[in-house]
Write a protein that binds this ligand. Structure first.
Ligand code: ATP
Length: 311
């Protein structure tokens, strides 16, 4: 797995020339602290954002009003450090999709700041926001979202073609090789398996070298073998290419491919786990979805806490 993502390791990574070149080195692995804070105790945000791909401050999203009001995000502060793979987890309705949509500029916050690189997207006009999404953000969706009438290669090139840009041929070649699609480039999506279609979507996201890729349940429509392939590919694009990825998932096995798992409950971040593995993630999910029984052995005394988080 890629280098660990503890706050200390992340600070070290920020000073690491290997990371600032966009390719993380393994040096921060040794700095990983294996301890997880209890539920609700999460680190405060960093003040040095030099190596942060995206962050939010005081991000709040309220849907509806009056009796119908729903606070989907409740003053969320989170940093996504460059060249790291973050899984966003939490019970249904906890705010995962809303967080992703607000950070990706797909939905407007009610209040607060969302910054991609050095651009506060809350202040952008619609046309600039569309450009930013096209040029600096990659998306991978559960349903692949490929154009059925275009070949795999045309789908990969589409966002850049819309932007009137040509992909760097060497980089395009490299991406095609890493996703293993060379022999399928002329196939239409209907002639590809689900896993191959998702590889096309991953290549499409990677080819423009975005600041950050958002993956929304990328393995939700895949069998376990194809899921493992896609998750392994996403993880290696972080380790080998220095890509930053934020993935919303319900699946603890998928989260175990990430460097870090954030847990949302009621629109707040209530836990921040470095080096997630399936069992640790499952245990947190169980804690989050069951009422806390203080008399239970080993029960956490806090059900939820501050939504401030360091990336
Ligand atoms: N367009 C909307 N209008 C009103 N309420 C909404 C809207 N979108 C989301 N919500 C509400 O906001 C809260 C957070 O929803 P969100 O979809 O972000 O949760 P989630 O964690 O992604 O859920 P799931 O895991 O079920 O996809 C929920 O209570 C949801 O009902």
């Amino acid at each position: 797995m890629p280098p660990q993502d503890s706050p200390r390791a992340r600070r070290a990574a920020a000073d690491d020339p290997g990371v600032s070149d966009g390719v993380p080195e393994a040096t921060s692995a040794a700095l990983h602290a294996d301890e997880q804070p209890p539920l609700g105790e999460v680190p405060v945000p960093r003040d040095d954002n030099s190596e942060i791909a995206a962050y939010t401050r005081d991000l709040t999203k309220v849907y509806g009003s009056g009796d119908a009001e729903v606070v989907a995000l409740d003053h969320v502060d989170v940093d996504f450090v460059k060249a790291r793979f973050t899984a966003v987890m939490g019970p249904s309705g906890s705010g995962k999709s809303t967080l992703m949509h607000c950070v990706a500029g797909l939905d407007a916050p009610t209040s607060g700041e969302v910054v991609i690189g050095d651009t506060n997207i809350a202040t952008l006009k619609d046309s600039r926001l569309t450009e930013l999404r096209r040029d600096r953000i990659g998306f991978v969706f559960q349903s692949f979202n490929l154009i059925p009438t275009l070949t795999a290669l045309e789908n990969i090139e589409l966002p850049m073609a819309i932007a009137g840009r040509k992909p760097d041929p060497e980089w395009l070649d490299h991406v095609i090789d890493i996703v293993g699609l060379r022999s399928r480039l002329k196939h239409k999506p209907s002639q590809l398996s689900g896993g191959q279609q998702q590889r096309v979507a991953c290549a499409r996201a990677l080819v423009g070298k975005p600041d950050i890729i958002f993956a929304d349940e990328p393995t939700g429509n895949l069998d376990s073998a194809a899921s493992a392939e896609i998750l392994g590919f996403l993880a290696s694009s972080v380790t080998d290419l220095g890509q930053t990825i934020v993935m919303v998932t319900h699946d603890p096995t998928a989260a175990a491919y990430a460097n870090r798992a954030l847990f949302l409950a009621d629109g707040r971040i209530v836990a921040d786990m470095d080096d997630p593995d399936r069992d640790k993630v499952l245990a947190r999910m169980v804690e989050l979805s069951s009422p806390v029984d203080a008399s239970a052995p080993g029960a956490s005394t806090q059900a939820a806490g501050p939504s401030t988080v360091q990336g």
